[in-house]
Design a protein. Structure first.
Ligand code: HEM
Length: 137
């Protein structure tokens, strides 16, 4: 992966026409000029955010995972001072890492069968012992 150019928001603000449209989402600077006509949500909404940080608007719509991956296709740089990129590297793996940590948290909980075993195993042992004693008498 190469290194991305760092842009300030005021540099991004220069690219706000239909023929040269940039916007920022999640700290990524995107050149969406070629995407304007393709956007399923229409080009008007994109133009509203031309030259600006559209992260909140993008989030509010609840864009699909494939829409989020599509962001990478149009990325031309990173926003100066953005927190999610350390240094100038932006990794495609970043959203996946979030999914993974969510899984880890879920897996951390004790599985149900283990709880059942903890409860029933001593009962089973005690029951077997009593049955054995009865049979011996
Ligand atoms: C480069 C940035 C963007 C990409 C790649 C993108 C991509 C997409 C895609 C693929 C869809 C189809 C539905 C889905 O898969 O979620 C969509 C729908 C939509 N997008 Fe975007 N989008 C971007 C930015 C924005 C922004 C900044 C807005 C601002 C509000 C916006 C508003 C919408 C709306 C209103 C829809 C229609 C939702 C619906 O019909 O339910 N998008 N976008």
């Amino acid at each position: 992966m190469g290194e991305y150019t760092v842009f300030t928001l005021s540099q991004v603000a220069h690219h706000k026409s239909k023929k040269d449209c940039w916007l920022v989402i999640h700290g990524r600077v995107l050149n969406v000029t070629k995407f304007l006509e393709e956007h399923p949500g229409g080009e008007e909404v994109l133009m509203e955010w031309a030259g600006k940080d559209a992260t909140q608007a993008f989030q509010d719509i609840g864009h699909s995972m494939s829409a989020q991956k599509l962001l990478l296709k149009y990325q031309v740089g990173v926003l100066q001072g953005c927190t999610f990129t350390k240094g100038s590297h932006v990794s495609i793996e970043e959203p996946k890492k979030f999914e993974m940590s969510a899984f880890v948290i879920k897996d951390d909980r004790m599985p149900k069968y283990e709880l059942l075993l903890d409860f029933f195993l001593p009962l089973l042992v005690a029951g077997s012992y009593l049955a054995y004693r009865c049979m011996m008498h």
